[in-house]
Design a protein around this ligand. Structure first.
Ligand SMILES: Nc1ncnc2c1ncn2[C@@H]1O[C@H](COP(=O)(O)OP(=O)(O)OP(=O)(O)O)[C@@H](O)[C@H]1O
Ligand SMILES: [Mg+2]
Length: 325
């Protein structure tokens, strides 16, 4: 592969789900993710933010091909995941790992943490025998836990420690890409910062690329190089995290920031919040999905879907009025 090729590239990725009981004929479908295009470079961190139900987790699964897109495709190191033979995709799994929100649900309560951390190494024939034990110890130490605790069961650890174990397991096979789906939102506020700092440190030391999904704008700003803002399945704004949070161009991004007072700086553009309720994603508004809640909406916004377009260098926005507001 060439030096300029991105690690991960999503082209117009969509995912349709069936909904039961919807519509006149009792069955309808909707797009949980719509036409999302993204690129992620090596060692780059992309934050993904947006309200509950906007498609963040679905996008995360699509990016790793844990779920197949119903439209578009995702390429890892230039190769389309959906066109690979199953054996080849399996061979790529060590390079692409996921960390989930709930470390309670993602760890088996009956197996030692050491065994679970090294499952991937064993499965992919990357280590065996005594080496597995040594690797488990080194991984525990790397995530800040006592390396002599490999034989312990998950319940012997706190929530924050369990998430560290889940992170160690994701790191075991030496991934280049980690998709972390709300990795700290199930943890006590007091330990969230520690786990976020651990992820920042690991990212630095290992040169990891990450897709960091979170509804916590603070955490995303701290960890991400770039940020993508999602609304009703679409990316509505994307750009360097610092710039997007400082000079948000989409009214929805500005509403998210307005709802996070600690993020605001005196020099920032004036903000106004989103009005009303999130529309039902099964029947989104015509034109711009945000227009029903947008203080700047005009007739054009109901007529035409604003494309995700270039606003300034490295900045993308899907708003007809981005320049005026
Ligand atoms: N397997 C599925 N079948 C049907 N609908 C689904 C399925 N998975 C997700 N959805 C729907 O797709 C939409 C997007 O869900 P998703 O979990 O990706 O959102 P999210 O942004 O991760 O939300 P949250 O912040 O609550 O985690 C939601 O309306 C959800 O109900
Ligand atoms: Mg989610």
């Amino acid at each position: 592969m060439s030096a300029t090729q991105p690690l991960l590239q999503a082209d117009n990725v969509s995912r349709e789900f069936a909904v039961r009981g919807g519509g006149l004929f009792g069955r309808k479908s909707f797009l949980a993710v719509r036409d999302v295009s993204l690129t992620l470079g090596r060692a780059e961190v992309l934050g993904v933010v947006g309200e509950s139900g906007c498609g963040k987790s679905t996008l995360g699964r699509l990016l790793l091909h844990l779920q197949a897109p119903t439209g578009g495709h995702v390429a890892f190191e230039g190769e389309v995941l959906g066109r690979m033979k199953p054996a080849k995709l399996r061979g790529l799994r060590p390079k692409m790992q996921m960390v989930y929100q709930d470390p309670y649900a993602s760890l088996d309560p009956r197996r030692s943490v050491g065994a679970q951390i090294t499952d991937g190494l064993q499965e992919h024939g990357m280590a065996k025998g005594a080496e597995l034990q040594a690797r488990a110890e080194a991984l525990l130490a790397e995530v800040g836990l006592d390396p002599t605790h490999t034989a312990r069961l998950p319940h012997e650890f706190s929530g924050g420690q369990r998430q560290r174990i889940a992170i160690a397991r994701a790191l075991a096979t030496g991934p280049e890409l980690v998709v972390a789906d709300e990795p700290v939102s199930a943890l006590d506020v007091s330990v969230q910062a520690q786990v976020v700092n651990l992820m920042a440190q690991l990212r630095e030391e290992r040169g990891l690329a990450m897709v960091f999904i979170s509804h916590d704008l603070h955490v995303v700003r701290h960890l991400s190089d770039r940020v993508a803002v999602m609304y009703l399945g679409r990316v509505v704004e994307e750009g360097p995290a610092k710039e997007v949070f400082r000079t948000a161009a989409h009214p929805y991004t500005r509403a998210l920031i307005a709802a996070t007072p600690q993020l605001r700086e005196p020099a920032d553009k004036p903000l106004s919040s989103a009005q009303g309720e999130l529309p039902n994603p099964v029947s989104p508004p015509s034109g711009c999905g945000f227009r029903t809640r947008c203080p700047f909406a005009k007739p054009l916004c109901a007529e035409a879907l604003p494309p995700l377009r270039s606003l300034a260098s490295n900045r993308l926005v899907a708003c007809h009025r981005a320049e005026e507001i």
